[in-house]
Write a protein that binds this ligand. Sequence first.
Ligand SMILES: Nc1ncnc2c1ncn2[C@@H]1O[C@H](COP(=O)(O)OP(=O)(O)OP(=O)(O)O)[C@@H](O)[C@H]1O
Ligand SMILES: [Mg+2]
Length: 362
Amino acid sequence: MSSRLEAENLYKVFGRRPDEAVERLRRGADREELRAEGTTAAVIDASFTVEPGQIFVVMGLSGSGKSTLLRMLNGLLEPTAGHVRFDGQDLTAISDRELREVRSQKISMVFQHFALFPHRSVRENAAYGLEVQGVPRAERERRADEALALCGLAGWEKSWPDELSGGMQQRVGLARALATDADLLLMDESFSALDPLIRRDMQDQLLDLQKTLKKTIVFITHDLNEAMRLGDRIAVMRDGRIVQTGTAEDILIRPADDYVASFIQDVDRSRVLTAGAVMDREVRGDEAECGCETATPDTPFTELCAMSARLSHPVAVLDAKRKLVGVVSGQRLVGFLGDEQTAPVSCDSPRGTDGGKAVAHA
Ligand SMILES: Nc1ncnc2c1ncn2[C@@H]1O[C@H](COP(=O)(O)OP(=O)(O)OP(=O)(O)O)[C@@H](O)[C@H]1O
Ligand SMILES: [Mg+2]
């Protein structure tokens, strides 16, 4: 059973007199002011909660404080101020010995460049975390093999790392993290070194694994498309602060400021949005009875486009009780693709525009 992770008003200041710097930040000083004095406010007042089974993505440009934040979550870095709570324990208040224990039993970290031991087999590499925990050989090999199988590496147990491609090596890293049964997975740019196709593959694999494993995951990336694909919730960091936390749709449709807005310019919206986010809620009527195809609030954008192309009227969106909750016109779909209106061909309704007025026949 996985657990909830909570970060409460976390600060990390590098440099001289960090406590004093935190006080000044609390009173409104900004990062630049402190930097001029040779002090780096790497993380400023970060708070969030990750529910069990969720993937929480932290996104931001280089230097925005993502890795520092992540290292505070597993106690590798001590916060200058604030608290980290996991599984009912305040990691910022326990002894070093207890912290080491929590770290080896409950938390796993997967880095960007995963260093495998070259003279150990894939199985031994995957079992490394268990070896550190003192798990007997037979058991750790069994669990390592299970984790490798989960990561699509069954049959490679006895191979050497250099016989594996980069993507496969990264999978061994993931297997090592999964083998320990840690509830909390911390992933720092874990897929960033992979080429795009393999990267997508790893994202799919992680989403797939998560359906059954339901870990508590914090995933760091500077790639917004990756963030939007993986994140149940996403925090956007800028200059040490979290400037927005929300679902992919929240961030896409209601960016908190110009910085977030500039970030999302290049997102492939069609991969993120669902009917619930784009539908027009100002509709009348209780039920759609025309027998046409209908959507649910979860219907993906691309599917909506295909439906819209097949229908001569807007797509009706029905909830689980088949009550009409919204409609989506072809025009509305195009409008959501962003400023540049680079609509995929399938979104241009062959029957022309409908102005969004027609409602599914009641
Ligand atoms: N040990 C340290 N001592 C001093 N400054 C540090 C230390 N670690 C990080 N910093 C500074 O803190 C800020 C945030 O760094 P951090 O590595 O957390 O950013 P990041 O968002 O992970 O960046 P990247 O995307 O490049 O990995 C940077 O200005 C960095 O120079
Ligand atoms: Mg980093």
